[in-house]
Ligand binder design. Structure first.
Ligand code: PLP
Length: 448
């Protein structure tokens, strides 16, 4: 049995407790189930199986995995009420849960007094951070490395802020020398430091970026949508550890519970070091803020309606798996990182693939050896298809060819298609053997 059904019993019991909480109301029967409900659900189950098996360790492709059972059940439980965390009127209990859960997230970066809230995901969270940055540095440029998430340039366009892409070094990290030269020319309002890039999991050199911020007066926004939770992991290399340890010195941080925080999609988080930026959100809402003079979360977020269920799920997850170094949650992250190191070692021992540099988090990129850039790209695509047919699901990425020492420097600005594996499930560590075996077979098949 691959998909857990046992925990549904726990949900049924929790539902009884939830109902007891409203027992003073006159009884009202739930709407009768439509007789076609079962049929529709059966059809849906069949349709949903036309997906890659994200729950399985042999799905080792993109940043995708199902949420933890505690999050799935808590979200489902809250759905019986469907609270809206815009205002206390719509989600009193879940607003309190959100404030607690967000305070715990902020605590990972050493922040006690800060402003933050959940939102629909990393893009929305980065939009809020760059909107605040633009309000504080109107008209000044936003800069991020060429490996930063593509939405930073789009968000800057939406906000009508000039956006500049800065080169990264041979390990996919923002190049501090290029940043220094750009900052010296003036007009730079904000620098996005990505702690865990989407493609390679590279960690930008935050200590150097912070030093330049002090010298040139720009704002630092940390996009830790993917990598932020790794601040809890004990097995990072010195560079990644040093950058994550300094995240709390940035002006704002984005971290996505729906990536490494075990949550269903629809859960990002933006945090601001200075709670005073809350003034920028000030607005009148003649319809919503009646039940209390206390802070309504809609007063400090750009979105209006937001799912209280997402806060319930996150809160419950953090209760079961606290965000503490050395705890079970941190151990899960460490296992993913160990899996990435094990895969890199196995690839280095073989002769078929080359990694560009050691993984900084739990993402490994690799390119078939031998041949021209075009031949190696075509081979990567063939291995990707053959592996999928054998049940191993990887991803492809288009990366600067100069990341591979044997292609640089002749490759110039050209890119190469490589294989990419995000080993974000703790179980991946136990499956590196079968993954490498399937990969070798796919490579042998692709070559023949
Ligand atoms: C570093 C980084 N920032 C931002 C995002 C965008 O997040 P979302 O897809 O939740 O909008 C991603 C997504 O992969 C990411 O890896």
């Amino acid at each position: 049995m691959a998909l857990d059904r046992d925990s549904l019993r726990i949900l049924a019991r929790a539902l009884e407790t939830l109902e007891e909480g409203f027992s003073r109301l006159p009884p009202c029967a739930p709407p009768a189930a439509d007789p076609r409900l079962e049929e529709v659900l059966e059809t849906l189950a069949t349709r949903l199986s036309d997906n890659y098996p994200y729950f399985h360790p042999l799905y080792a492709g993109q940043m995708l995995k199902p949420p933890h059972a505690v999050a799935r059940l808590s979200y489902a439980l809250a759905q019986y009420l469907n609270p809206n965390n815009h205002a206390l009127d719509g989600g009193r209990a879940t607003s309190a849960l959100e404030k607690e859960a967000v305070a715990e997230l902020a605590g990972m970066f050493g922040w006690r007094e800060c402003l933050g809230h959940l939102c629909s995901g990393g893009t929305m969270a980065n939009l809020e951070a760059l909107w605040v940055a633009g309000e504080l540095h109107p008209g000044k440029a936003v800069a991020a490395s060429e490996q930063a998430h593509y939405t930073h340039s789009r968000i800057s366009g939406v906000l009508r802020l000039p956006f500049e892409s800065l080169p990264c070094d041979g390990r996919g990290r923002l190049d501090p020398g290029a940043l220094e030269a750009r900052a010296a020319r003036g007009g730079l309002g904000t620098v996005v430091a990505t702690l865990g890039t989407t493609a390679t999991g590279s960690v930008d050199p935050l200590p150097e970026i912070l030093k330049l911020a002090r010298r040139f007066g720009f704002r630092v926004h940390v996009d830790a949508a993917y990598g932020g939770y790794f601040v809890l992991a004990a097995n990072l290399d010195a560079h990644a550890r040093a950058s994550l340890a300094r995240a709390g010195e940035a002006d704002s941080i984005v971290i996505d519970p729906h990536k490494h925080g075990l949550q269903p999609y629809g859960c990002g988080c933006v945090l601001f070091r200075d709670p005073g930026v809350g003034r920028l959100y000030r607005h009148d809402s003649p319809y919503t803020y009646f039940s209390s003079a206390e802070l309504h979360l809609g007063e400090i977020s750009l979105e209006c309606s937001r799912p209280g269920a997402a806060a319930a799920a996150l809160w419950a997850t953090q209760k079961l798996l606290p965000l503490s170094p050395g705890g079970a949650f941190a151990r899960g992250l460490e296992r993913g990182r160990e899996a990435a190191l094990a895969l890199e070692r196995a690839l280095a021992q073989g002769s078929r693939f080359a990694t560009p540099f050691p993984p900084e988090l739990d993402i490994v990129c690799f390119l078939p050896c031998g041949g021209s850039r075009e031949e190696r790209s075509a081979e990567a695509r063939r291995v990707f298809r053959e592996a999928a047919q054998a049940g191993l699901h990887l991803a492809l990425a288009e990366l600067p060819a100069r990341f591979w020492p044997d292609l640089a420097p002749a490759a110039g600005q050209a890119t190469v298609t490589c294989l990419r594996s995000v080993l974000m499930k703790p179980e991946h560590l136990d499956w590196i053997g079968p993954i490498v075996e399937l990969l070798d077979r796919a490579a042998a098949g692709a070559a023949s």
